[in-house]
Design a protein around this ligand. Structure first.
Ligand code: MG
Length: 275
């Protein structure tokens, strides 16, 4: 038995081998040169053939619970805050979270996140940090982006631990910098959570990271909505030429000082204002 997230991962790996025919009660079937892999709606997965053992490797171990995970949003967007979330998923909440399909990355667009995040935030313990742009611009003078992220993730875990008393042995950071440099950025911090693990693309491997990512994204979207309403201009996401054009119009209307309240000024987009 695999969980829904593992089945998704398996399916992604097997994309070139997925057959058009789906047996009764199956989600999909894949046929390689020497192995047939069938995933059933019951979450049972059957590996048959010479390569079966090889393909099954790595799927014996279940994604353990409870688990905590963290992720950040907004660091690639010129406009809007940086949001970091750490979330905790207990064995009891596993089904709740899976039913919301938080683990299905294809499902997780902004509209879907807006639908499910409020329910998640009611059910699942989490801690959330929002670094507003004014503060961000000030902090960035003496900290690079990875240092800022490390301090925010650490702080989010401090708050989460205070909420749930003890962090689980699986507490996973969606890796943005290797473990040793992460902890180097934290030298001098008052409290350091030292039991963390780090993996890239963790949001597609650990449901707690997917939950954290979802809550952070929702909070970022809400902040963008609020800023758009306040300034009566729709803030675009990302850092592309559309964002450049927006920044120009914004500065014409409100001035540079106001831009510092909604933008990450060290981005190249600020230089582009002079063109
Ligand atoms: Mg991430």
């Amino acid at each position: 038995m695999l969980d829904a997230m593992q089945i998704n991962q398996l399916k992604q790996k097997l994309v070139p081998y997925i057959s058009d025919k789906v047996p009764p009660y199956a989600l999909f079937q894949a046929k390689t040169s020497d192995t047939t892999i069938t995933a059933y709606q019951s979450n049972k997965v059957v590996f048959q053939g010479e390569g079966a053992e090889l393909y099954a490797q790595g799927y014996q171990k279940n994604n353990p619970y409870p688990q905590a995970g963290s992720d950040e949003v907004g660091t690639g967007d010129y406009l809007g805050p940086v949001v970091v979330c750490a979330a905790y998923v207990s064995e009891e909440n596993k089904k709740f979270v899976e039913d919301l399909k938080v683990n299905d990355s294809k499902q997780l667009n902004d509209d879907y996140i807006r639908q499910i995040a409020p329910a998640l935030m009611k059910q699942v313990p989490y801690s959330l940090l929002v670094l507003e742009n004014s503060k961000y611009n000030q902090v960035h003078k003496t900290n690079n982006l990875n240092a800022i992220k490390a301090k925010l993730h650490n702080q989010a875990y401090v708050h989460l631990r205070n909420k749930i008393k003890q962090l689980p042995s699986l507490s996973m950071v969606d890796q943005f910098t290797p473990k040793d440099s992460y902890y180097r950025y934290l030298i001098g911090e008052k409290e350091i959570i030292d039991c963390l693990q780090f993996e890239t693309k963790a949001e597609s491997k650990y449901i707690s990271v997917a939950v954290a990512s979802c809550i952070a994204r929702y909070t970022f979207l809400t902040a963008m909505d609020q800023l758009s309403a306040k300034y009566e201009m729709t803030l675009p996401k990302g850092a592309n030429s559309e964002v450049d054009a927006f920044a120009k119009r914004f500065v014409e209307r409100y001035g540079m000082e106001e831009l510092a309240k909604i933008a990450k000024l060290h981005f190249k987009n600020t230089d582009n204002l002079k063109d």
